[in-house]
Design a protein around this ligand. Structure first.
Ligand code: ATP
Ligand code: MG
Length: 307
């Protein structure tokens, strides 16, 4: 099956940012790439997409090298960049349309397809707005629309849901899933365990090295801690039974002078734990019945079954 392969990739700047990374991103699958901030995810995607040249090792798609010698990616590659890469003074539609025009699509058709791509992310109404007027989450969806509009064979999405609420995260993941279903290689760099859970395979980087993905990393350790609140408004009281009136309370003693009063103590109240990941079931990958197919080695999944 067609795949994007990295073979013994090393990337050295002032220090070694990637160290002997060998992996495979398969067509028809959404693969998660996680790891702490600074672990090398963006660097790895940049090499995988042909934006930068590895110091040693090769990145190839369909047995063709990704590095073309210029820093321009192959035409079959599209990115959703971590910092969006949008042109602030262009409209949302123009930012999407330009990706098509750069591939030779005529302006009218490019604008029409851009409009449809924005609609996929529920922002068709923002088409005329200049990008610099949009919120972070809206910009992120414009960047997603631009990445997906070209129907690329390889789609590299660098934290495409980091600014999004749960509903829009699900929407983006559902759209990425559609790209994989039409046969694309889809890679998603992410810090979000719910995003990882929606993927078919998962690699973890740590300080530029792939962790031993035979032993899956417990992603719950990255989940947000249980929140505690200091005080909450009392719920409205509803009592169906008429009450017998309570005896009047004895009068309160006079308040001490201000300087003698102690500060009120508010006991921390536990709140319900965060909603379980199954709330994101709408965008989950179809289960193949192969346990552990989303974590650990992609080697434990059947190459003939893109799940
Ligand atoms: N041009 C550069 N020169 C030197 N060091 C760099 C350069 N670009 C990135 N780095 C360093 O390489 C390491 C990996 O960076 P990278 O952006 O790939 O991490 P990341 O995993 O994508 O992090 P994040 O989750 O914060 O996006 C970091 O320590 C970063 O400071
Ligand atoms: Mg990054």
């Amino acid at each position: 099956m067609t795949a994007l392969r990295l073979d013994a990739i090393t990337y050295v700047m002032s220090r070694r940012l990637l160290d002997d990374v060998t992996l495979e991103f398969r067509a028809g699958e959404v693969t998660a790439l996680s790891g702490p901030s600074g672990s090398g995810k963006t660097t790895l995607l940049s090499i995988a997409g042909g934006l930068i040249e590895a110091t040693s090792g090769t990145a190839s798609y369909d047995d063709r090298p990704m590095w073309l010698g210029t820093g321009d990616p192959r035409p079959e590659v599209a990115f959703v960049l971590q910092v969006y890469g949008l042109v602030p003074i262009l409209s949302a539609r123009e930012n999407v349309s330009v990706a098509l025009r750069a591939r030779g699509v005529k302006p009218d058709e490019a604008d029409e397809r851009a409009e449809a791509a924005l609609a996929r992310f529920h922002i068709a109404d923002l088409g005329d707005r200049q990008v610099e007027e949009l919120s972070g989450g809206q910009m992120q969806r414009v960047a997603c629309a631009r990445g997906l509009v070209v129907g690329a064979a390889v789609l590299l999405a660098d934290e495409p849901t980091s600014e999004l609420d749960e509903g829009n995260r699900g929407l983006v993941l559902a759209e990425l899933r559609k790209e994989a279903e039409r046969g694309a290689v889809v890679v998603v760099a992410t810090h979000d365990p719910a995003v990882v859970d929606a993927c078919d395979a998962h690699y973890v980087l740590d300080e530029g090295r792939l962790t031993d993905h035979v032993a899956p990393v417990d992603l719950q350790q990255f989940a947000r801690p249980e929140r505690r609140i200091i005080a909450e408004a009392a719920p409205p009281h509803f009592d169906p039974e008429p009450r017998t009136p309570e005896p009047p309370e004895p009068p309160e003693p006079p308040e001490p002078p201000v300087e003698q009063r102690s500060a009120p103590v508010l006991e921390p109240q536990p709140v319900a734990p965060p909603r379980h990941r199954s709330d994101d079931a709408a965008f989950r990958r179809p289960r193949s019945g192969s346990p552990g197919s989303n974590t650990g080695s992609t080697g434990d999944t059947d190459a003939s079954d893109p799940a």
